[in-house]
Design a protein around this ligand. Structure first.
Ligand code: PGA
Length: 252
């Protein structure tokens, strides 16, 4: 049984005060034991949000990380620093990191391994662009990313890793993959994990869908057998929308 994980990626939004009040509104009276809920504020708000989520079911995560523990890396944040602030998860390889900051699979792999070595659970993001999908290459691209980003990751470590399938053309566009298309890709990812690690590991790895997840499409997405949660951007910035997504209907 895979515990669904709904995660909010706040991206580069919210000052400290705004983050505190959004976290408060999300956490207010939140009670679930059949799903896990995570928020990932910007680095600058982690400490303030940590104080809000303590004692609530909300987990705290970051949106990126450097691979080294410390060093002369101006402007970077290390896994030790994230642990120090109470983070249990870190989003890695988001398509915006790939697109605007030149992150490639080799770099993301290095970060994934470092996160795991430091007790952080990576949410490894993969996804194809519109051009790649139109050319019929979506699966080749996504499954290639999965393999490269997981190099040297052990079967044991896979228990703490989450994969987020986020088609780039669906992020922030209002254009969601159909539940059937998303399911097809999630199943292909799970088959690749079975190839790499065996079916027992593949069966327990959670695969989230991300890309314009909203209150009105979450239930249909979550009804798919290989969709184990959602990575939510825009809609996670509105407490009411995010809470509705978190409260998705369980059909199975
Ligand atoms: P979106 O973003 O929900 O705004 O499409 C998702 C993401 O980037 O993780």
């Amino acid at each position: 049984m895979r515990l669904p994980l709904i995660a909010g990626n706040w991206k580069m939004y919210k000052t400290v005060e705004e983050a505190r009040s959004l976290a408060q509104a999300v956490a207010d009276d939140l009670r679930f034991d059949d799903r896990e809920v995570l928020i990932c504020p910007p680095f600058t708000a982690l400490q303030a949000v940590r104080a809000v989520v303590e004692g609530t079911p909300l987990a705290l995560g970051a949106q990126n990380m450097h691979w080294a523990e410390q060093g002369a890396y101006t402007g970077e944040i290390s896994p030790l620093m994230l642990r120090d602030l109470g983070c249990s998860y870190v989003i890695l390889g988001h398509s915006e990191r790939r697109q605007y900051f030149g992150e490639d699979d080799a770099l993301i792999n290095r970060k994934v391994r470092s996160a795991l070595e430091h007790g952080l659970r990576p949410i490894l993001c993969v996804g194809e662009t519109k051009a790649q999908r139109d050319a019929g290459n979506a699966k080749t691209v996504v499954l290639g990313q999965v393999r490269l980003c997981l190099e040297q990751v052990t079967a044991e470590q896979m228990h703490s890793l989450v994969i987020a399938y986020e088609p780039v053309w669906a992020i922030g566009t209002g254009d969601t993959a159909t539940p059937a298309d998303a399911q097809e890709m999630h199943e292909a990812i799970r088959n690749t994990l079975a190839d790499l690690y065996g079916s027992q590991v593949a069966d327990q790895v959670r695969i989230q869908y991300g890309g314009s997840v909203k209150p009105d499409n979450i239930d249909d997405l979550m009804a798919q057998s290989d969709i184990d949660g959602a990575l939510v951007g825009g809609a996670s910035l509105k407490a009411g929308d995010f809470r509705r997504i978190v409260a998705f209907e369980r059909r199975s």
